[in-house]
Design a protein around this ligand. Structure first.
Ligand SMILES: C[S@@+](CC[C@H](N)C(=O)[O-])C[C@H]1O[C@@H](n2cnc3c(N)ncnc32)[C@H](O)[C@@H]1O
Length: 206
């Protein structure tokens, strides 16, 4: 949605059905689709699954000595993006702890989502800029993750309340999204993030 708002014509690819996806959609393996169609696009954004790198997985490993295995697709995604075409601009998004060549970190509070706790890292082959984190100026933060929106407190950081959203509606409001289910929104990044990047890419593409 953010790239659309920045002026791009958007096509989405996922190997699972995404019935609420608001643009042209192809159900396909992302790497296969890239090798077949990658050169047809000016910009390719990839958000590979992040579960292999999250802090939550490390907590499970520390407590139980074991945690579910998740595919590590970042290196393969980067290689496929680089192989598409010399001129294709790419962006890869993921979480802290992932093996990205992180160029910028986006913070919801810096982009008009004052309470959202959702820092995300971005790698790109064009130069990107980011405003600094603004979380310290807010009284509380809200996370959008986990199996359900139960409002549970997750931590106190600098004496500020951090909790999970207590309803889908609250999560949608905090993320600036009104079409996703809970399962979908926990996997997503806010449209303001991709709009912010998309406007820079438009400039870079002239
Ligand atoms: C972090 S989510 C990104 C979701 C989406 N980009 C968004 O912001 O709402 C990762 C997505 O990758 C999809 N996925 C995982 N492996 C894939 C593959 N090999 N090919 C295509 N999609 C894949 C998952 O189904 C999941 O929807």
């Amino acid at each position: 949605m953010g790239y659309h708002r920045a002026g791009f014509e958007v096509v989405g690819v996922d190997h699972c059905p995404q019935p609420r996806y608001p643009f042209e959609f192809h159900r396909a393996d992302a790497l296969g689709f890239l090798s077949e169609h990658g050169a047809e696009f000016d910009v390719i954004h990839a958000s590979p699954p992040c579960q292999a790198y999250t802090g939550l997985r490390n907590v499970t490993l520390s407590r139980f000595g074991d945690a579910p295995e998740h595919p590590d697709l970042i290196a393969a995604t980067r290689a496929a993006l680089r192989a598409t075409d010399d001129g294709t601009v790419y962006v890869i998004e993921n979480v802290r702890g992932s093996p990205l060549y992180t160029q910028i970190i986006l913070c919801g509070a810096a982009l008009g989502l004052p309470h959202l706790a959702r820092h995300r890292h971005f790698e790109s082959n064009v130069l990107l800029f980011a405003p600094p984190c603004q979380h310290r100026q807010n009284k509380y933060t809200i996370g959008v993750y986990g199996s359900r929106p139960d409002g549970r407190r997750v931590s106190y950081r600098r004496h500020k309340l951090c909790r999970v959203a207590n309803s889908l509606e609250e999560a949608q409001q905090e993320m600036g999204v009104d079409w996703m289910t809970w399962a979908e929104i926990t996997q997503a990044i806010p449209p303001v993030y991709t709009e912010y990047i998309g406007r820079q890419l438009m400039e870079a593409l002239g």
